[in-house]
Design a binder for this molecule. Structure first.
Ligand code: EPZ
Length: 428
């Protein structure tokens, strides 16, 4: 177990490169199971969720190797179609192996990943979609057994919610199903487009990814390819909030500004200046932030739910009252209690947090309850007076490759401590 120790008050200044997108790497790595060849995945972040995905790929028979930011997956020989419960439970998005296994093996036996810190994470939309494509699916006590004798069949699937994972599972499964599958009310996240780009380079025929209607014409066989993962827009926004709450000026390179329009709007309302070109984004913050008004999380291209916890830190130290409405997940305000212990003034009523900006926060020991809540605690420590100890940083390691190194590069006083032995690797 480890903690991050932060001494607040330093303005973040300078430039860092943004890691590859976790939420693009995970479905693309899983999709390799359906390919049956050698795939070279570049800009693949070093994260515990990626390691959990690689463990599943290896269990299924793939040969996986990593050289720096490049992961090579040889899926020529996949010799299993089952994933044990303990591997499924290491990572919530492991359900995205369902489509690849049905495509490649015609069978899949796995477990519902189970609820997590932010919600129940049901998989009913995934199961319903695979049933519409001809799978027989038995589900009991969290175990899912699917067979799709022979080939999956094409279908017209209308999603009741634009589920990211479900859209991904359908795209992968339909890539090798004979005929044309149409998804309506598909998720439109940039990670969906990145997955479609990868699959099309593997020989698939997918049109409309990134829009609400996606059309997949099944092909007989897919083949290996080289693919570079898009930048992580959530980490980009997280570092931008670090600059905002410290009155800093930060440039993020290898970033994807076009994926952040809804977020940039909130920063500008708060008084920050944003300048961007194709691959980089610069943010300069005012002396004092002002409230951005109301922030409602929505499916893309709306404001991302994954940035809700970090942006609540910005609201906590802005002039005025901010209303944050979390409309995607049912339990994504666990960081609010920790912020209030640092002197924030936030009330939660159901899916709404009412945040009265305060003059400043005070450092204390706080806990990460989930990945994005944990990064929010780090941001709060940057803004706070005194020392903040953020515990349970294993959550943060799931999605942030080098948060301590990157923030140190930007001038933060931050270091890691082994929480068992209280050994600090700090130079303060
Ligand atoms: C993806 O999760 C992301 N994870 C999440 O990021 C992100 O918050 C989420 O999309 C929304 O943008 C990855 O891409 C690996 P959903 P996913 O299916 O696919 C309900 C992070 O911090 N739903 O779009 O699981 C569900 O309960 C993570 O990086 C059903 O009801 O999200 C939720 O309320 C957290 N039935 C909503 O839809 C289903 O079968 C959004 O879920 C599936 C989902």
């Amino acid at each position: 177990m480890s903690n991050l120790i932060i001494r607040g008050g330093n303005r973040l200044n300078g430039e860092v490169r943004v890691q590859g997108a976790k939420n693009s790497a995970l479905p693309i790595l899983a999709a390799c199971v359906a390919i049956g060849g050698i795939n070279v995945i570049d800009n693949c972040p070093r994260l515990t969720d990626v390691s959990a995905t690689v463990k599943i790929l290896s269990y299924l028979g793939c040969k996986v190797s990593r050289d720096g930011n490049t992961v090579t997956v040889d899926s020529s020989c996949v010799n299993r179609y089952d994933i044990p419960r303990e591997l499924m439970h290491e990572m919530r998005s492991s359900i995205v192996f369902l489509g690849p296994l049905l495509s490649r093996m015609g069978r899949a036996e796995l477990y519902t990943p189970g609820g997590c810190e932010i919600g129940l994470r049901p998989v009913d939309l995934h199961i319903s979609a695979m049933r519409q494509m001809g799978s027989d699916i038995a589900e009991e006590y969290g175990r899912i057994a699917c067979t799709s004798e022979g080939k999956l069949r094409p279908a017209n699937i209308s999603l009741s919610f634009p589920s990211v994972g479900t859209t991904e599972n359908i795209m992968i499964a339909a890539s090798t199903a004979e005929g044309t599958t149409v998804i309506t009310n598909a998720a439109r996240e940039p990670e969906i487009s990145d997955l479609a780009d990868f699959l099309n380079k593997c020989g698939a025929d997918i049109k409309g990814a990134g829009e609400s209607t996606v059309v997949i014409n099944g092909v007989k066989k897919l083949h290996g390819t080289y693919h570079k993962i898009i930048p992580d827009r959530i980490v980009t926004a997280t570092y931008m909030i670090g600059a905002a709450v410290t009155g800093g000026n930060v440039t993020l390179t290898d970033a994807g500004p076009s994926h952040l329009t809804a977020v940039s709007d909130i920063f500008e309302k708060a008084g920050c200046k944003i300048r961007s070109d194709m691959n980089s984004i610069n943010i300069s913050a005012p002396e004092k932030l002002r409230s951005a008004g109301t922030v409602r999380t929505m499916p893309y291209p709306g404001f991302p739910t994954d940035i809700q916890a970090p942006v609540s830190v910005m609201a906590a130290v802005s002039l005025g009252t901010t209303f944050i409405i979390e409309s995607i997940f049912e339990n994504r305000f666990k960081h609010i209690g920790e912020l209030n212990r640092m002197g924030a003034n936030i009330k939660v009523d159901g899916r709404m947090a009412v945040i009265e900006g305060v003059e400043g926060l005070r450092g204390t020991k706080v806990f990460s309850h989930d990945l994005r809540g944990g990064t929010a605690m780090v941001l709060a420590g940057l803004a706070a007076q005194g020392e903040t100890v953020v515990a349970d940083t294993e959550y943060i390691d799931r999605g942030c490759q080098d948060i301590e190194k990157d923030l140190k590069t930007l001038g933060a006083d931050i270091c890691k401590e082994n929480s068992m032995h209280h050994e600090r690797q700090c130079d303060f």
